[in-house]
Design a protein around this ligand. Structure first.
Ligand code: AMP
Length: 419
């Protein structure tokens, strides 16, 4: 079956077309046929589409074209996929796309597993807008657009970023504020990046040939957004993001953990409203705020290494130190683990940042193999700790789209979902 995977943002749509079926999942032979992104929807949009050639290379087309909304963008994607010029084997009509899987950021407390999108599910995703005002409305735009483009009978599946974390115990997900606020407003920690942490958990147990119940690891997703997940018996036991993706690690533009009293103080000193302060914490803080240069870790590492820039070095040091503290705290929370796993753009590619995080953890018995660390970048998967290390350290490139495609297939053909 060909599954279209969509990730809709405020003015962008990312997609992958993945060929999968039950046997291919078992043998890990499902594969990507095409992928692309449309940015700046609403104006002269930038389109970049690529087809996977059988030899592994790609054929890419780029253009600027006016697209008024998400429906127009998705229509453009589907027309390109089925076009004879694109020439994807076995695809020439709408009906060759069997189902559409959506990344949906927030499923709240009710939507705890991937599911077929019915009117009732749409309503429940709409009910979660309050909890994810920046994300869920964009994800819904994609769902409405598919109904418009394919007609009401299109098979659509929602895969939630929060779902993997529904196993957090109450003592980990509650904030220590009056309990009635949890009851009345559902204020609690939900966690995000769940699709990525779940994929990492799946890959790790596949690599080690162990059952899910034996997976006790710390998964560290370091990208523009960043989070850590303590995985116990294959399930999320704790995670660093909270009610929103602002809590936890230092990120590209987000502060992560901060004393909440800073909010009032900053508002008072700068004449900011509460939403101004929240915008500072979400958009002007983190690596960007500390370095005063950029939220892009690759540029920061270059500034630190080549130009010895003091604030770029400080930003990286703070980023690494926060991650190190979470590793320590989650090792305590799990009562030990067998591996630490890096993923995400920074976690997969930056041996420098991984090195900064792992440096000084020898008391825990963690020993990094410098050569393996250096060699494991650009999509490579593997162990980067040395033989004598008490804990293994792995790099596992994430593949959220593959997991979304597989869950979509499972929902559509009635296969049981891995819990
Ligand atoms: P993501 O959000 O997962 O796409 O990750 C984006 C982040 O990964 C950006 O901060 C990039 O600068 C960073 N990144 C990608 N490649 C490298 C690299 N080789 N070294 C350092 N950071 C990188």
């Amino acid at each position: 079956m060909n599954i279209l995977v969509l990730n809709c943002g405020s003015s962008s749509v990312k997609f992958q077309l993945i060929h999968t079926d039950a046997d291919k999942i078992k043998t890990d032979t499902d594969h990507r046929l095409a992928h692309g992104v449309i940015e700046r929807i609403g104006g002269p949009a930038l389109v970049s589409f690529s087809v996977q050639n059988p030899d592994g290379s790609q054929r890419t087309t780029r253009e600027a074209v006016p697209l008024r909304d998400h429906s127009a963008a998705i229509e453009k994607i589907v027309q390109w996929i089925i076009s004879p010029e694109t020439n994807i084997p076995g695809i020439s009509a709408y009906s060759d796309i069997a189902a559409v899987g959506h990344r949906v950021v927030h499923g709240g407390e009710a939507l705890t597993r991937s599911m077929i999108i019915t009117d009732d599910v749409v309503k429940q995703i709409e009910d979660c807008i309050d909890l994810a005002p920046l994300h869920n409305p964009q994800n819904l735009k994609g769902i409405y657009a598919i109904r418009k483009v394919f007609g009401g009978t299109a098979k659509q599946v929602a895969v939630f970023d929060t779902a993997f974390h529904h196993t957090l115990p109450d003592y980990a997900y509650l904030y220590a504020i009056p309990y009635q606020f949890y009851r009345r407003h559902k204020i609690r920690r939900y966690g995000f990046h769940g699709i990525s942490h779940r994929y990492v958990q799946y890959r790790y147990r596949t690599l080690k040939s162990i059952p899910r119940e034996d997976v006790n690891v710390i998964s560290i997703h370091l990208g523009n957004g960043a989070s850590v997940c303590a995985i116990k018996g294959g399930r999320s036991h704790d995670t660093s993001m909270g009610m929103t993706p602002l809590e936890g690690l230092i990120m590209g533009t987000r502060s992560g953990d901060i004393d909440p009293a800073v909010l009032e103080h900053l508002a008072h000193k700068e004449g900011f409203s509460l939403s101004d302060v929240e915008a500072v914490l979400n958009k002007q803080s983190g690596l960007l705020g500390i370095s005063g240069l950029t939220n892009d870790m690759r540029e920061l590492v270059a500034e630190a290494v080549e130009n010895d820039d003091r604030r770029a070095k400080l930003a990286i040091e703070m980023f690494a130190y926060r991650a190190k503290k979470y590793i320590g705290s989650y090792l305590a929370s799990l009562n030990g683990a067998s591996a630490i796993i890096f993923t995400g753009g920074i976690g997969e590619n930056s041996d420098y940042v991984r090195g900064r995080i792992l440096d000084g953890l020898d008391w825990l018995g963690i020993r990094t193999d410098e050569a393996l660390n250096k060699a494991t970048t650009r999509g490579k998967e593997g162990k980067i700790s040395s033989e004598g290390s008490r804990l293994d350290v792995y790099v596992i490139p994430t593949n959220e789209e593959l997991l979304i495609a597989r869950d979509t297939l499972r929902c559509v053909i009635g296969l049981e979902l891995p819990r």
